[in-house]
Design a protein around this ligand. Structure first.
Ligand SMILES: [Zn+2]
Length: 251
């Protein structure tokens, strides 16, 4: 048992008793952790300066248990509560989707500093930026890459030749990529997608944040990339995500 300090972003919370909650954080140094937070709950009509908000960046102090996955939160110092998320539903839903992805794709107590920094950077850009669709797609692609799930976007998974810009290809989640026009004869299921879209998704997964600032992609291509990603995510997680009902690419 030791007291440790780390940067953390709130992923979720549930009531535990009249005065305490279970708070799920994604932290820089300890990955996803579940903590019990006594005295942090905001009860109706009573202001509680210690209350923990969702989608918020804190520097937390917690008692790390060696033989339990439920740690004890002792302090949380606010770093950024992203006020823009409270005033803009579109930004709020996109940020919630990013948090849901992190929650679903990570195991407890499995740190990944790259993923934490990607998560924090993406929240900052969704809050402050205008090109939020690109940030969201880039987050999905980069997260899959960091966690070792990124499918093959630029080469045919069968003949290994670079996919040509023209025409349509068949993306198969189980095979982890697309077959070119010549090789898709045996394909039993999957989604048909334009070859150009596959190449743009591959490029987005590799671009750094500075270059993403300047990227412009047609909405119809963004919609197609997201269609492939959702189909692929269902195949990995074996379920749909709640945020998909709220995150639309029409704006
Ligand atoms: Zn091929």
């Amino acid at each position: 048992m030791s007291i440790v300090k780390t940067d953390a972003i709130t992923l979720g919370r549930t009531d535990y008793s009249d005065s305490s909650q279970i708070i799920i954080f994604y932290t820089r140094d300890y990955g996803k952790i579940h903590t019990i937070a006594k005295g942090f709950k905001r009860t109706s009509g009573k202001y509680n300066s210690k209350a923990i908000d969702l989608l918020t960046h804190y520097r937390i102090l917690f008692i790390k248990k060696e033989h339990s996955t439920l740690h004890t939160l002792t302090d949380a110092v606010l770093q950024n509560n992203y006020p823009l998320f409270r005033n803009d539903l579109d930004k709020y839903f996109k940020a919630s989707y990013v948090a849901e992805l992190v929650n679903e794709f990570t195991e407890k107590n499995d740190p990944n500093e790259l993923l934490f920094d990607l998560f924090l950077n993406t929240l900052n850009h969704i809050a402050a930026g205008t090109n939020t669709i690109i940030w969201l797609l880039a987050f999905e692609l980069k997260m899959l890459n960091i966690l070792g799930y990124l499918p093959e976007w630029e080469r045919c998974i069968c003949c290994k030749k670079r996919i040509q810009h023209q025409g349509r290809v068949s993306f198969n989640a189980v095979e982890g990529g697309a077959r070119c026009v010549k090789c898709n004869g045996e394909l039993k299921d999957g989604v048909v997608v334009s070859a150009g879209t596959m190449l743009i998704a591959g490029r987005l997964s590799n671009l750094n944040f500075q270059r993403l600032e300047r990227v412009r992609v047609q909405l119809s291509i963004c919609v197609e990339i997201e269609k492939v990603l959702r189909y692929y995510i269902i195949s990995v997680l074996k379920k749909e995500l709640n945020s998909w009902k709220y995150v639309t690419f029409s704006t």
